[in-house]
Write a protein that binds this ligand. Structure first.
Ligand SMILES: NC(=O)c1ccc[n+]([C@@H]2O[C@H](COP(=O)([O-])OP(=O)(O)OC[C@H]3O[C@@H](n4cnc5c(N)ncnc54)[C@H](O)[C@@H]3O)[C@@H](O)[C@H]2O)c1
Length: 280
């Protein structure tokens, strides 16, 4: 018997990385899980997004836990697609108990050199898309008088870092969104919290733009080995851990999901990022 038997979860950005790890953690506790992901590259973003194969693989891995799973191609920036996917989840599974509004992308530039396209793409994905997912699930959660909403912010929203104004602004914005929504839904059994991971070893961290920005003194393209050595040289991280595993974040996610309803409007920080030496 799992602690989430009979519950239904909906995860945006669920095809890989933290979204996949969260899906498997929920499935292991008995929840049915719908994973939604754009599964296509995003203009202005210089590293690949998840593929359809990764989405299918995630569905298979969820099903291995003996629960139901569904993979949907959804661009979280698109209201119709988000509302449609939530409606499909409720039609097929009968309810929707847990939302993990998790998709996110990164790009690097100083404020002075940030293009309108880069700014808009990051804000649309990392803030407006999170809002759209939260808005879409509230009517069903109100009807059920139960819901657990967790939005993925970042330790970047507990501090700041150069070259990331759009990312940081969006992630601080997620915290404001979460705290406001938490008050609005407090009377009908729904909690809303933010999780703020430090660096996590996913494709959002291990990609060419990140290697290059961390090592501006080295000839481009910087390799992953050079990047990891730089993390060592900077003594980056917490207790010798340079970056979290996605599963480390899933444990905090699960703690918030399983809470009986007394933790809401809160921000869970995972992994240290000193502002002086951080970029996320
Ligand atoms: N990896 C880190 O170091 C780190 C640190 C702090 C916070 N975060 C946040 O964690 C969350 C998950 O990222 P991750 O680390 O698993 O990286 P990831 O790149 O593996 O996962 C992000 C997922 O979001 C999907 N996605 C992107 N745009 C989308 C859209 N418009 N609609 C639907 N899906 C979309 C991608 O295809 C991908 O599957 C993000 O919000 C990210 O900002 C990551």
């Amino acid at each position: 018997m799992g602690q989430l038997d009979g519950r239904v979860a909906f995860i945006t950005g669920g095809a890989r990385g933290q979204g996949r790890a969260h899906a498997l953690a929920l499935a292991a506790e008995g929840a049915d899980v719908v994973v939604a992901d754009i599964c296509a590259d995003v203009a202005a973003i210089n590293y690949p997004m998840a593929s359809e194969d990764q989405l299918e693989e995630t569905v298979k891995l969820i099903e291995e836990h003996g629960v139901r799973a569904l993979g949907l191609r959804v661009d979280a920036r698109d209201t119709e697609q988000v509302n449609g996917a939530v409606a499909q989840t409720i039609a097929e599974f009968g309810r929707l108990d847990i939302l993990l509004a998790n998709q996110g992308i990164v790009d690097f530039s100083t404020v002075e050199t940030t293009t309108d396209e880069s700014w808009a793409t990051i804000i649309d994905t990392n803030l407006t898309g999170i809002f759209k997912a939260i808005r879409a699930v509230i009517p069903q959660m109100r009807k059920q008088e139960f819901g657990r909403i967790i939005a993925t912010s970042s330790m970047g929203a507990r501090a700041t870092a150069p070259n990331l104004a759009h990312y940081i602004a969006a992630k601080w914005g997620v915290i404001g969104l979460v705290k406001t929504t938490a008050l609005e839904v407090a009377d009908f059994g729904v909690t809303v919290n933010a999780i703020c991971p430090g660096a996590v070893g996913t494709d959002l961290f291990f990609n060419q733009p990140t290697y290059d920005i961390f090592c501006p003194d080295l000839p481009k393209p910087v390799t992953r080995e050079q990047f990891e050595k730089r993390l060592d040289d900077l003594n980056y991280g917490l207790n010798g851990v340079r970056y979290l595993n996605a599963e480390d974040v899933s444990r905090t996610m699960l703690y918030l999901v399983l809470d009986r309803g007394l933790i809401s409007g809160q921000v869970a920080e995972i992994g240290l990022l000193g502002p002086a030496r951080s970029i996320y």
